[in-house]
Write a protein that binds this ligand. Structure first.
Ligand SMILES: NC(=O)c1ccc[n+]([C@@H]2O[C@H](COP(=O)([O-])OP(=O)(O)OC[C@H]3O[C@@H](n4cnc5c(N)ncnc54)[C@H](O)[C@@H]3O)[C@@H](O)[C@H]2O)c1
Length: 251
């Protein structure tokens, strides 16, 4: 399947986990990929892996909490490829702290990366898409934690509920411009972000009881859903939250 021939996709958080898997998937399907991350070496590793597979990719160092850096990321994409069709907002952080001990520092950091970052990237790139009448697609990484709560993750949950609200609102306002905006809501996916949890056998066995499929997800399984929402296969879907959790939210 090569659904992204002659298309350009910006992927944030592309240095690791779900972002790297998504960049690889879009690259395999023919997109020219702008692999953006605050981790320059990781972004370059993702981009060079795509090029090694015969694809086209550019690494850009960008901190999504810095509007000027986001503007520079778009400028770099345009300088190299001239246009942008797809934005995958994947950069994110998580830090567990019980609510009563939650710190201002982690509250501010989490909201800045997970929510303000999605706002900056989406607004900067949507303005370009609207100005150039591009039928664009924006896919945001929310979470099952954007649909239900979970202990010790108040700031993370608030940020992901925010992403869901932002997704719905952007879908309303950008729909008339032929730009679709959707979220994916993964459950527990095996990435560097969750490694400390899923490699703890006691924790993992207890958590798996909450998942009908009795396993954790793979980054590639989320990448496939992002690619679907970024492709014409989802042509009439906008403002939706696609849950990828092995059935966890069914009970
Ligand atoms: N892993 C899961 O179980 C899971 C579940 C639901 C949602 N998510 C979401 O998926 C996304 C990717 O998570 P992951 O598990 O692949 O994590 P990860 O830690 O493997 O990757 C996150 C990437 O984001 C980058 N990043 C962090 N802050 C940034 C910033 N300010 N600017 C630019 N890049 C920045 C990191 O350098 C890293 O490469 C996140 O938004 C996360 O909240 C993950």
């Amino acid at each position: 399947m090569r659904r992204f021939e002659n298309q350009v996709a910006i992927v944030t958080g592309a240095a690791g986990g779900i972002g790297a898997a998504t960049a690889a998937r879009l690259g395999r399907e023919g997109a020219a990929v702008v692999a953006a991350d605050r981790n320059a070496g990781g972004a370059e590793a993702t981009a060079s892996a795509i090029r090694d597979q015969g694809g086209d990719a550019l690494a850009v160092q960008a901190d999504v909490t810095d509007r000027a850096a986001v503007e520079a990321m778009l400028a770099a994409a345009l300088a190299r490829y001239g246009t942008v069709h797809v934005l995958a907002n994947i950069a994110g952080i998580a830090h567990g702290e019980p609510f009563l001990q939650a710190s201002d520092e982690w509250w501010d950091k989490t909201l800045a990366v997970n929510l303000t970052g999605v706002f900056y990237c989406s607004q900067v790139i949507a303005r370009h898409m609207v100005a150039h009448q591009i039928a664009g697609r924006i896919v945001n990484l929310a979470s099952t934690n954007g649909l239900v709560g979970e202990a010790s993750l108040a700031h993370y949950n608030a940020s992901k509920f925010g992403v869901v609200g932002l997704t719905m609102t952007m879908a309303i306002e950008l729909g008339p411009h032929n730009i679709r905006v959707n979220s994916v809501c993964p459950g527990l996916i095996k990435t560097p972000l969750t490694q400390r949890s899923y490699t703890n056998p006691v924790w993992a066995a207890e958590y798996a009881k909450k998942i009908p499929m009795n396993r954790f997800g793979e980054p590639e399984e989320v990448a496939a859903a992002v690619a679907y929402l970024a492709s014409e296969d989802s042509g009439f879907i906008t403002g939706a939250q696609l849950v990828i959790d092995g059935g966890q939210l069914t009970f």
